[in-house]
Each structure stands twice: as structure tokens, then as C-alpha cells.
Design a protein around this ligand. Structure first.
Ligand SMILES: Nc1ncnc2c1ncn2[C@@H]1O[C@H](COP(=O)(O)OP(=O)(O)OP(=O)(O)O)[C@@H](O)[C@H]1O
Ligand SMILES: [Mg+2]
Length: 237
């Protein structure tokens, strides 16, 4: 069964201009699909469409079903196909507040649904991952707006990975604000999670502007250009 199947996907802005059209992609277990292309060509918009955070034309099927036929609904879908944004989220409150909201969807999925039903694991794993990436626990209580770009990226990524619900991770330039050493540590952790039987993660769509990163992490390569896309057998240089 295909994990995620994208057919004839297109996106048009409110004023009628087309960002991209006709994208085809089938995601299988173990894939790390690297998405590349010039700034402004539509990569982030594509990922937001996959996460059902953006309107689109065409079809996106998760395990063979469209979201309209999936009883879990969009919020739970987004815990299974999780988007980690390019920019610091314009959210009120702190990362800990965000984690509480995100883990409440996870609790509902398990049929619990009450705030007090959340297990401490929901909080501990993201904190543990972030700590292994040099994030001090006190940063979780700071306003998002008062964190550095690299701190924000690592915390958002630790939540995406550490909630242990994502089968597909949609990573939008996840290490663009990190120094080289931190970048390599984070990359390794993500790829280890993909290969671990203890983590539900099965595939990744990963946007990067770095050809070196593309070569290190990618198993497949999708190039966006001039409103369309095509797959290459090796990373474009
Ligand atoms: N809601 C919107 N309304 C109008 N235009 C939009 C909207 N969202 C995105 N765009 C435009 O669509 C184009 C694609 O944007 P997108 O953020 O997907 O690019 P990108 O490939 O991720 O670029 P970058 O590499 O700089 O992150 C840009 O020209 C952007 O300004
Ligand atoms: Mg972008």
C-alpha cells in the first residue's frame, strides 16, 4: 500500500495565479524525498498542501484514502502526516503550550481525549530529543518569539519527531538556521528514527537548498521548476 499518493496536484492563489500544477508523487516506506528548486518556486506551498494546511486541486491519498474518507479528520491526519514549518510559527505562547495542544490530538486518537489523560511520555520524548540537540529545558517555557531561529527549528523538529505519531514527516528546510555540527547531529537523529522499529516514522519529504544535505539524506529527488515538477535519479547540483 502506498503511504502517500499525490495525483495531479496543483495550487492556485486567491488572485488566480498558479504556483504549481500537475505534481505526481507516490511515497513508499523508507523514502526520503528531497524537494529542491529556486526560491519562490512553490516548495513550501507543496508541503503545506500535503499537510492539508493549504487549498489545492487534485488528489492526496493517505494509505489509499482521501482525507474526506478518513474518519480521523484533518487535525489527526496532521499528526500522522506532520509538517515542520520553515519559519518560526507565529504562535502565541511557548513551545510547551504548543506541545500540550499537539499531544491532546494524540490523546484523542487513543480514545482518551481529556487533558489529564495525556501521558508524561508525550512531553518527555520531545524534551529528551531537544536536549540531545543542546536545547535547555527552560527554553520550552519561553515565548516562541523570543527564541533564536536555530532554537525554534530544533524545538519544532523535536515535537514533530518526539510525539511519536508521525508516519510521514514533511520537513521544510529543517536545519537552515543550524551550524554544520548541529545540522549533522539532527540529520543523523532523523534518519535513525526513520530506520528504527520503535518509531512510527515511515517516510520523509525534505526541502533543502543544500546540495550536500540532499546527497546525504535523500533517496529520491523531486525538482520544482517553473510551476511543474519532475523526479531525478540523483540530486540536482
Ligand atoms: N497565500 C498566498 N497568496 C499569494 N501568493 C502566495 C501565497 N503563498 C505563497 N505564495 C507565493 O507562491 C510562491 C511560492 O511560495 P513558496 O513559499 O511555496 O516558495 P518556496 O519554493 O518555498 O521558496 P523558498 O525557497 O524561498 O522558501 C511565491 O511567489 C509566494 O510569494
Ligand atoms: Mg519555502
Amino acid at each position: 500500500m502506498d503511504l502517500l499518493a499525490v495525483h495531479d496536484l496543483g495550487c492556485t492563489t486567491e488572485d488566480g495565479s498558479q504556483i504549481f500544477s500537475g505534481v505526481e508523487l507516490t511515497l513508499h516506506e523508507g523514502d526520503v524525498v528531497v524537494v529542491q528548486g529556486k526560491s519562490g518556486c512553490g516548495k513550501t506551498t507543496f508541503l503545506k498542501c500535503l499537510a492539508h494546511l493549504n487549498l489545492y486541486n487534485g488528489h492526496i491519498l493517505f494509505c489509499g484514502k482521501g482525507i474526506e474518507n478518513v474518519t480521523i479528520g484533518a487535525p489527526i491526519y496532521r499528526t500522522k502526516v506532520a509538517y515542520v514549518p520553515q519559519r518560526p510559527p507565529l504562535l502565541p505562547g511557548s513551545p510547551r503550550d504548543f506541545l500540550a495542544t499537539a499531544s491532546s490530538f494524540k490523546a484523542r486518537r487513543k480514545g482518551k481525549g481529556r487533558k489529564d489523560a495525556r501521558s508524561s511520555e508525550d512531553f518527555e520524548h520531545p524534551l529528551k530529543i531537544a536536549s540531545s540537540w543542546g536545547i535547555d529545558s527552560q527554553l520550552w517555557d519561553r515565548e516562541w518569539t523570543n527564541l533564536s531561529g536555530g532554537e525554534t527549528q530544533r524545538i519544532a523538529l523535536a515535537i514533530g519527531l518526539g510525539l511519536d505519531t508521525a508516519e510521514v514527516l514533511l520537513l521544510d528546510e529543517p536545519t537552515s538556521a543550524l551550524d554544520q555540527d548541529s545540522c549533522l547531529i539532527v540529520e543523523r537523529h532523523i534518519l535513525d528514527a526513520l530506520n528504527s522499529s520503535e518509531n512510527p516514522l515511515k517516510a520523509i519529504v525534505w526541502i533543502t537548498h543544500s546540495p550536500e544535505q540532499a546527497s546525504r539524506v535523500g533517496t529520491r529527488f523531486l525538482q520544482f521548476t517553473g510551476g511543474s515538477s519532475y523526479e531525478e535519479s540523483s540530486p540536482p547540483v
